[in-house]
Structures are given as structure tokens and as C-alpha cells.
Design a protein around this ligand. Sequence first.
Ligand code: ZN
Ligand code: ZN
Ligand code: FE
Length: 758
Amino acid sequence: MIACDVQINGVVQGVGFRPFVYGLAARFGLSGAIRNESAGVSIALEGDATAVQRFLHELSSNPPPLARLEQICCKPTEPRRRHGFEIAPSRSTATSPVVFIAPDVAICGECLKELFDPRNRRFGYAFLSCTQCGPRLTTIESLPYDRTRTAWRRFPICSECQGEYEDPNSRRFHDQSISCPRCGPRLTVLGPGGIPVDAPAGALSAAVATLRDGKIAAIKGLGGFHLACDAGNEGVVAELRLRKKRNAKPFAVMFENLHDVERTCVITAAEADLLVSSERPIVLLKKQTNHSSIATAVAPGNPSLGVMLPYTGLHYLLLRQFGRPLVMTSGNESEEPISYKTKDAITRLSGLADLFLTHDRPIQTQSDDSVLRVTGGKRLVLRRSRGYAPAAVRLPVSCRRNILALGGQLKATFALGRGENATLSHHIGDLDRYETFGEYARAIEHYERLFSFGADLFVHDLHPDYLSSRKALELAAERGKPSLAVQHHHAHLASCMAENGTRSPAIGVIFDGTGLGTDGTIWGGEFLLGDLHSFRRVAHLRRVPMPGGDQAIREPWRMAASYLRDGGEPTNAVNRRGDPKALSTIEQMLSKAVNCPLTSSCGRLLDAIASIIGLRDRTEFEGQPAIELEGLAMQSDDGAAYPFALSGDSPTEIDTRPMIAEVLREQSRGIALATIARRVHSTIVEIIVQTCQQLRSTYGVNSVVLSGGVFANGILAAGATERLRSSNFDVFTHSKVPPNDGGLCLGQVAIAAVADVS
Ligand code: ZN
Ligand code: ZN
Ligand code: FE
């Protein structure tokens, strides 16, 4: 007979861990108890020595599917001759070293069966879940994980649920989110302004009828409200664009099942796996050429479609009853944060939705749908949120203190660094919107409380005007703690190194939109030689002026004028469509160098090309010209590259003027735009490969890291990876966090972890 105390931390709460351990203890005939604590779980075990050993072996090698065990610490104790095994009440313990919270999990197969089984008592019940599925982050108020500290506390359980809760043979044994139609949350429908609506056939049917009528419904889901409408109805999708003030940015579509997706999109096995995974992200898929079931206004001029499958009971019921795919876009006006509080949603969305389908379970943390794509067989995260956040990313270094990294300005996320883990927040959005910044500040506070986290160091971008930088300095001053500024592209480099678990020096190819460089110019077409400690800028794209600064990001024709002028080309390619007066103003700005910051950004280069070939002169969202250029390039497989030149200086300058000249020549010769777009992509891949080869021979470094927002582009990411690998480089790319600014905070944590800050 032996006894021991086992402390486990990691993702061990909200994943069915206590009932699992209970079952395991019974199997090995052990007695004792398990309880949740603030930092994890503690198990008191007593029994036969070999049985204890086998128990521990089994637990660490085959834990419950959603669990992630970080540390198992076992201490021998005196046997107390306990009888049986029990699940003991939770204990709040003092500030703990590591806390993990499970992300939200899509409805599991067992619950789905119950949902559509007329004999089951949860038949047609929108909020069913079990220990293996359901909301977590979005319902948790504080730890340890118990119903009283979640959004479920408002729903006292009924006697039948109590019976299941106490039954070791039930899937809902000790399920903190147990509920049923008798005791759980309820659906209601409201009209604009929150006016009650008659729904004789039930709330769900009323919403479905509204959708069938070609109207728009706001639907409260897991992490916020969606705006939904019939994805096959051209008129209502156009109306949604009008109301949402969103002209072109694609809407996501929810299909009931894989089979329906296959009828509309080209789908690989890897993409199908991702769609059905328990994270249930939006996956960008290639549309089939005859995809008549989806209105063109859903993703105008875009060869891809953002697709997801239902992930809650409510979504399944909705899709099943409606019978056709639904547009499901976040419930906000263009670029505002997603609405997640019912009252607030009714205020903000009343002009947008004809009906609200809502419920009385509060959302504690907003969470947008995550967005991924598969490129070159590998997953690429474009937005890491629901299903993934707040799962921790393991760092290749250990944080000596608690680090709060505040990220960038666009696609904002933040990270808590503690020990060897970085906990990344959900996606919050672009901070230049007042509402978004408020949400960002609120989320930081919520996470600090949730994870019992007191920051000792605040990390931010080098750009002093990013609202995230200001927030970092404000928090640091308030709490009397140090802060650290990190160069934007160094953070991108470190982010990719960190998620790949590497820390040896590499060539960082950081192709991006914008970011302040150490020389005061705007970078974004950079080759950095460095590691987590430091970097050197060893090559970059040729710099050109950005007439009007940020205005040139919204108006790519300005960048086109700048590039044409830089190459000594006539600007009439821009003049042709634009306003001649505006063009002459820009030319004057350029010749006098007034309000013309210099940039080496690859994003701006792609913008200029999109404008030169007549694809787009004004943008509606970040990266739109590059996305459209990629869409065009997908229609061609001509891999020829245009000329460019590498200077012999240090840092190497990459001169793209020969490429621009050739684009103009081919365009005037009537070469298909798709071919030109493809060749531009091939040229950028060629620039990456040749520059890396030159840098390898100069510096003897063989590892290459690809990061920055431009690598959301599948042709560039897959093309550069493949060509570099065939030139025997070790290539590191992103698969856990976005290559864009959504992944910045991870790099900031990794850099701060090794920095000397007094
Ligand atoms: Zn389930
Ligand atoms: Zn119940
Ligand atoms: Fe960036």
C-alpha cells in the first residue's frame, strides 16, 4: 500500500478531467480524491504500488482528448486508509505559476446524435454540450472551473440533469455545463429595437421564416452575434453589404455538412480535416467554376470562399431547418468589434438586422470565428480566435518574469508570457476604431484576472503612435514596471521562430504591409539576419516614397504613381482612369518630397502593381489588392519571372524597377492579366530565393524564416518554401499563429523573454 499527492497543471479544467480520473481510479482499484484548484488539479491517491504506477502511466500517456498535461508532480504521503474515490469540492489557491483555460470546442458526435434523436430528452435542444464539447473560454468568469464561476451559474440544474451529473457512467458526470430544455438557456426572438415578436411556432422557426423571406437575422452564437442571410439570394446579400457598409470583403458561409461543401468548392483531404476539426474554423476554399448555389455578392471577384460547418447545437438546428447554406458574418458594422452583449447588440445592430435570435446565456469573452487556409499541404492561420484561443504556445525559451506583450495596431491580439508558455488572446481587431480599442483594454484586464497574471514587463511595438504602444506605456507607468519597445519585423521573425521552437540565427524574410524601421522609414520588404536577441537588416526592397503617408495604403494608385516615377516610366498608366488633377498633386508631392515617407514594403509594391494593371485603385480593407492579385494569378500557371537586380551594397538593395518596366511592356502587348499577375508572384519568389542564396554565401546562415502579412498569400508562401527547400535551406513557416500582425505579440514575448531589462 502506498499513497501520494499528484499535482497536475496544463489544460486540465473544462475538459472532463475529473470524471476521467474518477473512472481511471475505479479501474485500478485506487482510493482517494481529485479536486480542481486555481492552478490545475490535485489528486490524492492510495492503493497498491503497481496500480498507482499503472494509473500514472495511463494518465500521462492517454489523457482525455481535450486535455494537455504540462507538469505532473508526484509526492509520496502517508496512507490514510481512504475508502473509495471522490470528486472533492474545488479550492481557490493563491496565485499560481501556470494557468490554462480550454478554448471553446465544437459540439461532439455524441451530442450531435442526441440533438437529432426524437427519443432523446435533448432532441432539438440548442444548448446541449458535455464534458467533451461546448463553450469554455466564452463562458468562464474565473477559475477554478466550476459552474458557479461560469455563465451557466444562472441556470440551476433540474433533477434529471442532477442525476446525470452524479452518475459515473454518464457522459455528463461532473459536467459543469450540463443543461437540458427544462433547466437550460432559452431562445427568444426580438424585433429591431428589442421589441418582442410573436413566435407561435417557436423562436427558431421564426428566425428561419425570416431568413426564408430573404431577410437578415442577427443570431447570438458562442462568442458573439452573427448576421445571417440566405447565401444563395443575390438580393439579400447585396442588402447586407449595404447595411454593413462593406462593399467587397468576402462573407463567410456556413454549410450544414461536408457533402454540401463539396458541391460548391474544390476541397482536399487536409481542408476537410480542418473543417470538421473540433476547432471548426472558417477555411478558405477554392470555389468550383459552376457554384451557382452561392450568390456572387458573397465573395465578389474572389476565387475563394470562406466556409465553415456548424459548431453548436443552435447552428445545426438552424442549418437543418433552413436547408441551404447561410452567410454568417460577424455582427458589426464594418471593422467594429463583434457584438456579444445582447443589449449592446440590439443597439448596434438594429439598423442591420430584421430580427434577433438571441438567448439568455451571457458571453464572457467575445470570440470571432478563426480563419485558416491550407497551402502547399500545410495549414496557415490567418485569424486565430474561437477554438484556438487561449491555448498556449510553447516557447523555445523561458520567461524570467511575467511578460505582457501588447501586439500591433491592426488585427490586434496580446499575449501573456509566463514560464515557457505564451497565452495568446482571441482576435480583437483594428485598434483605430474607438470601440475596438475599448474592447482591447477590457480584454487585457479580463485575461489578467482570469489567468491570475500580474505583468512585470510590458512589451510593445517600436511605433510610438500605435494605440497598443500607448497602452503599454500607460500600464507600465501606472504600475511602476519597465517597458520594452520591439521593432515590428524583428517581432515577426521572432514569432515564427518561437512557434517553430527554434532560437538559432536565421535569415528572416519579412514581407509585410507596414512597420516602423529603426531608421525612421517604413519597412516591409526586409531580410533580417538575427535571432531572439538581436537582428541586422541585411537586405531590403528598394525604397520608394509613399505620397500622403497612410493615405497611400488606402489608395494604391498613389503607390503606382510613385513606383512609375521612380522607374522613370510615364505615369499615364495611372492617369488613364484616375483624376488628372489628383495625379498632378501627387506628382508635385513626389517631386518636392512633401509628406512622402519612404517605404520598402512588399505590400505597397503589390498594391502598386494591382493599380498599374488596372485591378484596383482604392482599397476597402488591408491587403485587398494583394488578395485580388493572388486570385488573378491562380488562373494562370505560367511560372516565368521578370528581371530584378540585387545591389552589391550592405544592406543589399533589391531593385524592382526592371520588373515594373516589364509589366508595363507586357501589358501594352496585350498579355493576359492573369499571366502578368502570376509572373509577378514568380518574381517575388525568385527575389526571395536569390537574395537568400547571396546572404547564405556572405554570412554562412542556412535557416530561413518566412513571416509577415504577405505570407498569407498561398502562392508566395508555398512557392518560396518549396524553392528554398530545393536549394537546401532549412525553412520555417507559420502554422500556429498568423504570419500577419495577429501573430506579432508572440514574437514580442519571445524577444522580451531573453532581453536584458533592468
Ligand atoms: Zn458533447
Ligand atoms: Zn436539466
Ligand atoms: Fe506586420
